[in-house]
Write a protein that binds this ligand. Sequence first.
Ligand code: DGT
Ligand code: CA
Ligand code: CA
Ligand code: ZN
Length: 585
Amino acid sequence: MPEKAEIARALREIGALLELEGENPFKVRAYENGARALEALQEALDPMVAEGRLEEIPGVGKALAEKIAELHSTGHLPLLDRLRAAHPPSVLELLELPDFGPKKLLALQQALGIQSVADLEAACVAGKVRELPHFGEKSEQKLLDAIRRRRERPHRFLLSEATAIGERIVAHLRASPATLQCEVAGSTRRGRETVGDLDVVAASDDPAALSAHFLAMAGIAETLGHGQTKTSVRLANGLQVDLRVVPPADFATLLHHLTGSKAHHVKLRGLARERGLTLSEWGLFELPPDGGAETDGEPRGAKRIVRSEAELYGALGLASIPPELREDEGEIEAARDGTLPTDLVRLEDVRGMVHCHTTWSDGHATVEEMARAAEAAGFEYLTITDHSGTAAYAGGLDAERLQRQWDEIDGVQERVKIRLLKGTEADILEDGALDWPDAVLEKLDVVVASVHSRMKMPEEEMTRRLVRAMALPVFKIWGHASGRLLGEREPYAVRIDEVLDALAGSRGAIEVNGDPHRLDMEPRSLRRARERRIPFVLTTDAHSVEGLAHLRWAVVTARRGWVTKGEVLNALPAASFARAVKPAG
Ligand code: DGT
Ligand code: CA
Ligand code: CA
Ligand code: ZN
């Protein structure tokens, strides 16, 4: 069953395509509003649909409620099918360009017959777009830049998107009696921040039935290949999914093979050879006496029974290596030498929600809503860290509003069990000062300090800015350290080792931000921080109740950086956490 986010996307698509057809603006807006309402919806959709309560959602009327219910239960909607049939996918691609909506598209379609990104590019190059009313030379150039930028980056999906789809596919497959086992593999299973295609592995004694069940899933736009054991499809959103089906006895080795990474496997294969074994997608085999020349097909030697990935590593003389570490970055050597961390942080280790925004700045939920949601999710403490004043674009607080927020937090604290900590996300200003007077910072329980402005300053200046900030006694947690936005903004230029040295010297911590667009600080830098014994805080950067679920991505990212439970400050009980992060005067 499609998730809220997928249904919201479908509603947006309907709105955009209806607008293209000249449908009345109120109707168009209703779809857009419905999409937004669904995204903000805190309640699960299942019971609302089952109990016929969709119309309780603000902005959702009877007609829209019926469409949401139908999408939810069938994954289809005749209206959407009709719109998609009437407008080729190339038109939808056009609508995905930045600052490019149905109005512009309609004008271009009418004047120049544009139906695809390629058409638009040709028209821009020929200078035809600038001659149209409301366009001009500047917007023509902008369109051209956007098209070229899009082409340069191969489209990869965010880990959170790929995982949500992967989990839906696995649930769909498990519903078939032909499926004995089923898991997501590939880069998604390794927790890579972006995913090229989705790999799914299943065990079955009836692969034909399983594949047929897979192809009957909602949301498949195109079948790219279909054989006995391999099926590839493209979903409506463009994601390619590769499904492999094997007999149960081969499941563990195939899951391992398709999880990767390639570099990890290359090294494992060398280790296997040293032990007289050969490892491939076919499984683990003894080398025959003649050395078993390489073939494309199944090797000739005796096949070893491998029931789990742990057994496979064991057969190679290695401790079991979690998927997130399989990148050939020292994990194989560590597994051989017994130095692999055995207590990598897990979701259930985290006791406190740190770095959360509320309606006091740019969040969508109140202090009380956030507190109740975090409490219901089983957390022991929650830190409220709204933006500081310089972040005016995000509704940053001034001292007077901060005081009023404290009063509200005190009031909520009387009504909830979860411990509330007062904090701020303070801007690190251009000169390395924090965006609050010390007197304010010292009164707070938690300070996350982050760069939000002048991100393009030269490396030298940025390094000095950060080193200066870290020398401040009130500097305790470095927020979204690299500043990257996946697929949109590169990390800023900085001499990271110098900054990490400064942070280690001042006994500060580093945030691992679980916002799926950030996943920041990234794993390689986390490992450099670990070498310096810098502790970590795993956060959500939640701007809504739903954003609290981002913790999962922070945990995956931390694990990819080899971070252990003992290195995570918010795996501590509330009192110890509060002591560890208290801004010192
Ligand atoms: P992606 O899809 O670009 O995000 O990255 P992956 O890692 O999911 O790569 P993908 O989908 O091409 O392949 C999935 C896994 O299958 C990969 O991690 C390791 C394995 N694999 C694929 N091609 C090869 C290959 O040529 N040699 C070896 N040893 N393994 C391969
Ligand atoms: Ca893949
Ligand atoms: Ca693949
Ligand atoms: Zn921030």
